[in-house]
Design a protein around this ligand. Structure first.
Ligand code: AMP
Length: 397
């Protein structure tokens, strides 16, 4: 079966068509600047990337362009929409309502809408994508795969904040965690690579990209993760601050004459390694800057790595041990300097970095710890779209 995987944001939409039998990607791309002007990027497997500027006033129009590209006589990969057996939607926040993926019904849409105040930027945008697909493909089954669902196994002690309990009761304020699809995929794959049942393993997954989070996976279940009610908590990220003393917010607001929206904008969009370096949120720029002697670039990378190191230590404690550590996502898979700065400080776990594997391991499934290390450390590339396609097919069976 072919599955159309959709990851819909407020003005952009990423898509892939995956054949679930072979797990091959037939085509992928994105629509950008929806509601502004519009740009379609379309890449069929083995073909050239096509970029077209198109008028995209709505998400429905954007998805129509995707369908046109997929069924185009010359460069299309399917003859008609009948060849799409299901659509898998990435949905960001399922609150406490969704502990697993689900087939999308009107009740599910209502429940996701009810979680929207927990993810005001993401959930409504995700649902616009669902509605648009429903209008264009009314008879095709659709699944929702939540970023938060994998973390619903966290114990109470891990997800409660130390604030008045009534806020949990009234508003469900607690840690939820994100990147669940990736943490689930990577932890399963790590167990396969180790040739051991995941039920017997304690794995720490470091998903390091523009957004970053660490997850403690005990016996295949998420028991703690660094992101919280929103993706702002935890690690330092491209432009997000991660953990800070909440008093910093009041202090900056007073000094800079800012309101809550202003400070949230600073913490989400102007902080992280971008804010620290003053140069870029992209680690390629930071590493180039550091190599040229830019001290703030070097500091930003060091502060980022130190925060990851601390979370690894915390999760070793939380699980009373660790059997494997996996690095994934844009940085985790590609940036050997970041991996070295973190892994070379894990000697207390009996881990030694295999320098050669680390340098040559870019984007591969490869162990980057020496064979005599007590805890294996791996690069395990993530594939959230494939995970969504698998979940979608599983729900239809
Ligand atoms: P993601 O959010 O997973 O797509 O990761 C994006 C981030 O990964 C970018 O902002 C870069 O900082 C980083 N990244 C991607 N490719 C490389 C690379 N070849 N070397 C270093 N960093 C990279």
């Amino acid at each position: 079966m072919n599955v159309l995987v959709i990851n819909c944001g407020s003005s952009s939409l990423k898509y892939q068509v995956i054949n679930s039998d072979t797990e091959q990607v037939l085509a992928k791309g994105l629509c950008e600047r929806i509601g502004i002007d519009g740009r379609l990027v379309y890449t069929p497997a083995g073909g050239e990337k096509e970029i077209s500027n198109l008028d995209m006033p709505t998400h429905k129009q954007a998805i129509q362009y995707v369908i046109d590209a997929l069924t185009n006589e010359k460069t299309g990969v399917i003859k008609s929409l009948d060849e799409i057996g299901a659509v898998g939607h990435r949905l960001v926040h399922g609150g406490e309502k969704f502990a697993c993926s689900t087939l999308i019904t009107e009740d599910v849409i209502k429940a996701v809408e009810e979680c929207s105040d927990l993810a005001p930027l993401h959930n409504p945008a995700n649902l616009i994508g669902v509605r648009a697909c429903q209008e264009l493909m009314p008879n095709t089954p659709m699944a929702g795969v939540f970023d938060t669902a994998f973390h619903q196994t966290m114990p109470l002690e891990a997800y409660m904040y130390g604030i008045p309990y009534e806020y949990y009761e009234k508003y469900k304020i607690r840690k939820y965690g994100f990147h669940g699809t990736s943490h689930s995929f990577v932890s399963k794959r790590t167990a396969e690579l180790l040739g051991k049942p995941i039920e017997n393993l304690k794995i720490i997954v470091c998903h390091l990209g523009n957004g970053s989070s660490v997850c403690a996976v005990n016996g295949g279940k998420s028991v703690d993760t660094s992101m919280g009610l929103s993706p702002l908590e935890g690690l330092i990220m491209g432009t997000r601050s991660g953990d800070i003393d909440p008093s910093v917010m009041e202090f900056i607001c007073k000094k800079e004459n800012m309101d809550i929206n202003g400070i949230m904008d600073v913490l989400n969009k102007k902080s992280g390694v971008q804010g620290l370096s003053g140069v870029s949120s992209d680690f390629r720029d930071l590493q180039a800057g550091a190599a040229d002697g830019n001290k703030r670039c070097e500091m930003a990378v060091d502060v980022f790595c130190y925060r990851v190191l601390k979370y690894i230590g915390a999760y070793v404690a939380a699980m009373n041990g660790v059997d494997a550590i996996a690095f994934t996502a844009g940085l985790g898979e590609n940036d050997e300097i970041v991996r070295r700065k973190i892994v070379s400080r894990l000697g207390y776990l009996g881990i030694t970095l295999d320098e050669e594997a680390n340098e040559n391991g870019r984007g591969k499934e490869i162990a980057i710890s020496t064979p005599d290390s007590k805890v294996p450390v791996w690069i395990v590339p993530t594939n959230e779209e494939l995970a969504i396609a698998r979940e979608t097919v599983a729900l239809l069976k």
